[in-house]
Structures are given as C-alpha cells and as structure tokens.
Design a protein around this ligand. Structure first.
Ligand code: HEC
Ligand code: HEC
Length: 309
C-alpha cells in the first residue's frame, strides 16, 4: 500500500500543486490530503480517496458513514440500503452470492434500482462513479479475500430481430416454462389458472403441477439480512435491475445474491431462459400498457393494472 500512497502523492510534486488542497477551492477530482482519515483508515490511493469524498457527500446518508447500511435515513426505508461491510451484493452479472465486477456496480450506479429508494447517479461524472466504486471495495474484507465472480455468459437471443410472431411464441413458451418447467410461482405469483396449468402440463407431458392455494400473490421470503422480502409481482412492482429482455436474461440467469432468487443459468436451457425473459417482460409491460394479449388470471384482490409505486 505504501507504494500506492506515494503514487497518490505524485501530483503534489509536479505542476498540479493546486490539487493538493492548497487552493481555497478544491475541485471534486482533486486527491485528498494524505492526513485525511476515511472511515478510520488512512488514504490509500487516489481513486479511493476521491471515492470516499463522493461517498460521504452522496451515499452515507443512506448507506451509513462506515458503509454498514445504517445511515440516518435508513430507518425510514424499505428495502434497507445495502450494508457494504457484509460483502454481499444482490445485482450482478455473476452467479448470485459472488462478488460483483466493477461494471456491475457501475451499471447499478448509473441506473439506480427503480422501486427502491436507491436513485440513479447519472448526474455524477463517470470518474466520480468509478471512484466511489473503488471506495466501496475498501469497506469489506471480502474484497481482499475473494475475487469477483466469473461473468455469466450471455448466449445469443434466439428470438432477437425476428417478427412479432416469433416474439409471441417466445412469450407463450416462457409462460409454460414459468408455470410448469421452472415453477417460478413458488415464490412469485402465478399468472395462469390451475386449469391452464393442467393444459400446459398435458402438452408438455410433464409431471402434474399443483399451484399453491394463494398463488395469486407472491410468497413472502426472508433475505440474508433477516428481513422479509416480497418476490417481485411483475405486473405490479417495478424491476430493479433493468426491464429490457437482455436485462431480464441477465437477472434470471444470474439470480439475486442475498435473496431466495436462485441462479438459473445451468438449470434451464438457453432458449427457455430467453423465453422466460420475454414472458416476464410481457408481464412487466402491463404496468404501463394494461393487460395485453396474454390473459391475466389473477385472483380476487389483486389488480394487474395497479402501478404499485
Ligand atoms: C436515498 C437512499 C440511498 C442513497 C442516497 C444511496 N443509496 Fe445505494 N441503495 C439504497 C437502497 C435502499 C439499496 C438497496 C435496494 C435493494 O436492496 O433492493 C441500495 C443499493 C445500492 C447498491 C446495490 C448493491 C447490490 O446489492 O447490488 C449499490 C452498489 C449502492 N446502493 C451504491 C450507492 C452509492 C455509491 C451511493 C452514493 C453515490 C448510494 N448508493 C446512495 C439507498 C440509497
Ligand atoms: C425461491 C424463491 C424464488 C424463485 C423460485 C424465483 N424467484 Fe425470482 N425473485 C425472488 C425474490 C425474493 C426476488 C426479489 C429480489 C428483490 O427485489 O430484491 C426475485 C426477483 C426476481 C426478478 C426481478 C429482479 C428485478 O430486477 O427487480 C425477476 C425478473 C425474477 N425474480 C425472475 C424469476 C424467474 C423467471 C423465476 C423462475 C425461473 C424466478 N424468479 C424464481 C425469489 C424467487
């Protein structure tokens, strides 16, 4: 680390002496003075120091000064801000439970997590986002003990670039995979009646599938932080990790760390993973399009047209 510290100080020796904090106005991209302590640590390198400043200004209010998710706003929020000291992350293009890559964290920062209080940080510069990502990785020892997960390979979309008919058949197939092959409704809701599921089972020649009696609603689960978590009700809740078909492929294939949402990458055929992505997108699109060509069979009390947030 000593070598990196020296490296961080290098600009002070050159023409950019103003960037060492001697000027009354310190630009956002100036390195911190080495004496400035961050969350109990010395400044170790320039991006982390700059990231610490971005973090203190924009993130600590929710995620906490120490990154433990206990910022002053946290008690009012549901879901709670991530505890970065745990080294456990939800959204990444790697198998769930493994550390995200920088690009995963950058994507989350750029887009935010719609439907939660985590905003988009598109108004920060890319350099500020990179710096705060570097800083986040100083908050848990997991980052020195493990490497980020290997990216989940994204296969070519077998339905991509084809006409409406092909997309319709993707959605149809996805509906069968959702209800019969992968039984996603065990946590999420079912969007077909038992009779329809019976017909799908007959066509698929698969073992019988019996929907749980309250399958019109998602089944509450508990997350790794011991808090109740409602699996997404697709026509009602917003998607946190992007709502394009490609985003959905990545979410479904990778799973969601710290939650019951499993990694499906090797559990389903590639074509079926894509079909599911089209189907879930068709459900999510109902939020703004209203019920579309796919019949909605929801039980009493749930209204697919409600916008949820
Ligand atoms: C208004 C509150 C709020 C602020 C401000 C905020 N966050 Fe968040 N953040 C959240 C919440 C809530 C979540 C968790 C959402 C969830 O679990 O679904 C979250 C999640 C995240 C995640 C996702 C981690 C994962 O598990 O995939 C990252 C990364 C993140 N925040 C980084 C930041 C950074 C960096 C900043 C400052 C630039 C910031 N956040 C500012 C509320 C906030
Ligand atoms: C064992 C429970 C469980 C099963 C089975 C399950 N999920 Fe999930 N899923 C969850 C939970 C919990 C969340 C909510 C995570 C959150 O909001 O933080 C979720 C979230 C999602 C999301 C939304 C992520 C976002 O961007 O907000 C998608 C898409 C999804 N699941 C698809 C599927 C599909 C498709 C299947 C079947 C192949 C499936 N899930 C099976 C528990 C499950």
């Amino acid at each position: 680390m000593r070598a990196r510290l020296l490296f961080a100080l290098a600009p002070c020796l050159g023409a950019a002496a103003w960037s060492c904090g001697v000027a009354p106005f310190v630009p956002a991209d100036a390195p911190l003075r080495p004496s400035e302590a961050l969350a109990g640590r010395g400044v170790e390198s320039q991006p982390e120091a700059r990231g610490a400043r971005v973090y203190a200004e924009y993130c600590a209010g929710c995620h906490g000064e120490k990154g433990d998710g206990q910022g002053p706003a946290a008690r009012f929020l549901d879901p709670k801000p991530r505890d970065f000291t745990s080294g456990l992350f939800k959204f990444a293009g790697v198998p769930s439970g493994q550390l995200p890559r920088d690009e995963d964290l950058m994507r989350t920062l750029l887009r935010g997590l719609p439907g939660s209080s985590m905003p988009s940080w598109a108004l920060l510069s890319e350099g500020e986002r990179r710096a705060v990502v570097a800083y986040l990785k100083t908050l848990s020892p997991a980052w020195t003990a493990q490497r980020p997960g290997a990216p989940v390979a994204v296969s070519e979309d077998p339905y991509g670039g084809r006409g409406d008919g092909e997309i319709r058949s993707a959605i149809e197939r996805g509906r069968v995979v959702y209800h019969v092959v992968a039984t996603c409704w065990q946590c999420h809701a079912a969007y077909a009646s038992q009779e329809e599921v019976d017909r799908m089972v007959a066509a698929e020649k698969s073992d019988p599938v019996t929907l749980r009696s309250n399958a019109g609603r998602p089944e509450m689960v508990t997350d790794a932080w011991d808090r109740p978590l409602q699996p997404t009700d697709f026509p009602v809740n917003r998607l946190k990790n992007g709502s394009g078909v490609g985003d959905l492929y990545l979410t479904i294939a990778s799973g969601i760390g710290g939650t019951a949402m499993p990694t499906w990458k090797d559990g389903l055929e590639e074509k079926d993973l894509w079909a599911l992505s089209y189907y879930v997108k068709s459900l999510a699109d109902r939020r703004w399009r209203g019920p579309n060509a796919i019949p909605s069979v929801r039980r009493a009390g749930a209204d697919p047209q409600r916008t949820g947030d």
